[in-house]
Design a protein around this ligand. Structure first.
Ligand SMILES: [Zn+2]
Length: 80
């Protein structure tokens, strides 16, 4: 896992419009909070998601920490 969930939460709470690349972990922005598959400024992959979107996608895990599968990779969507 590249992205620190706490950074994502802080970005949402702080209303900073930060986006994060799920491939290399680079912070991109400003992007819409619900941005999906934007191009990463660092690695060029279409893998930047808005902080709010990332939080939404991983929420089911944080709410159900004992739900079995614990692979970090499954926490984030897979991109091509
Ligand atoms: Zn990247």
């Amino acid at each position: 896992m590249i992205i620190d969930p706490n950074e994502v939460i802080e970005a949402v709470a702080g209303d900073t419009l930060a986006g994060f690349c799920i491939k290399c972990g680079a912070e991109n922005g400003p992007v819409e909070p619900d941005a999906r598959k934007y191009r990463c400024e660092a690695c060029g992959k279409m893998a930047v998601f808005g902080a709010q979107e990332l939080l939404f996608m991983c929420q089911w895990r944080t709410e159900n920490p004992d739900s079995g599968s614990s692979s970090d990779e499954s926490m984030w969507p897979s991109i091509g």
